[in-house]
Design a protein around this ligand. Structure first.
Ligand code: AMP
Ligand code: MG
Length: 402
């Protein structure tokens, strides 16, 4: 028997950060930036107008009011994208559009709503202070500034920022490609009919989705029968394309536990009993350098094992801290019991009110009972030495991705 911490340390000591990859921006969505991205120029790159209106000298319209508007000749028309050089002198104005470069000599923009919208001459009915509706060069980002830090997962806003500083490609940690395979003679595809004794395959769907939630790319493979030759064949096929392989089923003490039978002692794969519930039977190791996680078959065991062991490993492969920061301290809303000597992961419902988290158990807790997992949003983590805790106790809780 080993502890959860020992098993996780073994895994994290074996997985390596994926080598960086240079990708076009939209291919990099969801990947983790492997380099800081800096701005080669200030943003905005030049002073420009924040409104459609007129560029003026503020002093010229200092006395303008509704009842005594100031009229100025309009000597130019500047639109966004104009690359020519424009200028005005005191006593003049230029029509200007949002994003157009401010003409030399102007120090304020009067929005069209404050004017009569004139073409040759404009009547302005409000004064504007110097700087009015001008976006200054560099007021968003200065030249040389890091706009997205290394280690950031690239979402829409970050990709927009990187494009805005003129970068067509970025160096990222690629999303780990994770092959997920269920094993078991009793498993049928959802949509198929069931003979007595059969059930629908659910783990590989669940775990493939969990891979995506952890930032990877999940590939659900066809279910493999409980036959050593078939398990071996599947592994050989998948090793070439996977950054990691996750299997479920066939790792406990039964007569058809073929994953264990085939893999024990292959590569560096080892099987252990881990002091936890659910999820006691675990296997892990490298096969031809590829991490292979053999998770138990009971659906909740498989799910909890993924969150506790596989997710941190996938994060480490992306160059992220293995702990996702999803842990919070919460107040127990009810009494709970826990098996002696085992780390107990209870499905829970976490809520935040009046400044603190409270958590209650989410229904029945058998390792085959997916119903309560599907309504849970957290795992309550009870330490090995705890056998019972009264309502009101503080507990560690892992928020589940949603
Ligand atoms: P095993 O670890 O293969 O002995 O499986 C333990 C329990 O989990 C059995 O009740 C299996 O029927 C069930 N089980 C195993 N794999 C799956 C799966 N992919 N989907 C749903 N249930 C499964
Ligand atoms: Mg099985």
């Amino acid at each position: 028997m080993r502890t959860v911490g020992e098993h996780l340390a073994d895994i994290l000591g074996s997985v390596a950060v994926l080598p960086p990859l240079d990708l076009a921006l939209l291919e990099a969505q969801g990947a983790v930036l492997a380099e800081p991205v800096t701005a080669p120029v200030p943003l905005p790159p030049f002073d420009n107008s924040a409104m459609d209106g007129y560029a003026v000298v503020a002093a010229d319209i200092a006395a303008a009011t509704e009842s005594a508007p100031v009229s100025l000749p309009v000597v130019g028309d500047i639109v966004a994208g104009d690359t020519g050089v424009a200028a005005i002198r005191p006593g003049l104005s230029a029509r200007i559009m949002t994003g157009a470069p401010l003409p030399a000599g102007a120090d304020a923009v009067v929005p069209v709503e404050w004017t009569d919208g004139g073409n040759a001459t404009v009547r302005i009915s409000r004064a504007a202070p110097p700087g009015n509706y001008i976006r200054r060069a560099g007021e968003d980002v200065t030249a040389g500034q890091v706009v997205v830090a290394a280690g950031t997962r690239l979402g829409a806003a970050q990709l927009g920022m990187i494009a805005a500083v003129g970068r067509p490609r970025v160096t990222v940690r690629p999303k780990p490609r994770v092959v997920v395979v269920a094993t078991g003679d009793e498993l049928r595809e959802p949509g198929e009919g069931l003979a007595p004794g059969q059930i629908w395959e659910s783990n590989a769907y669940m775990l493939t989705a969990a891979v995506v939630e952890a930032g990877g790319v999940g590939y659900r493979q066809a279910t493999v029968e409980d036959e050593p030759g078939k398990v071996m064949e599947m592994l050989e096929d998948q090793l070439v394309r996977a950054d990691a392989i996750v299997t479920t089923g066939g790792v406990s003490m039964g007569t058809r536990d073929v994953v264990k039978e085939v893999l024990a002692g292959t590569g560096t794969v080892n099987f252990h009993k881990v002091r936890m519930r659910p999820g006691k039977p675990q296997g892990f190791g490298l096969l031809e350098g590829t991490p292979v996680f053999t998770l138990p078959g009971n659906p909740v065991s498989a799910y909890v094992s993924f969150q506790v062991f596989v997710r941190p490993a996938l994060r480490a492969m992306q160059g992220l801290p293995p702990d996702s920061g999803a842990k919070v301290s919460a107040v127990l809303g009810e009494d709970v019991k826990s098996p002696a000597g085992l780390r107990h992961f209870l499905r829970g419902r976490l809520s935040f009110n009046r400044g603190f988290y409270t958590v209650t158990a989410a229904g029945v807790q058998g390792s085959h009972q997916l119903g309560s997992l599907a309504t849970a949003n957290a795992l309550i983590e009870l330490p090995e030495d705890v056998e019972a805790l009264p309502a009101g106790s503080h507990v560690d809780v892992m928020r589940l991705p949603s």
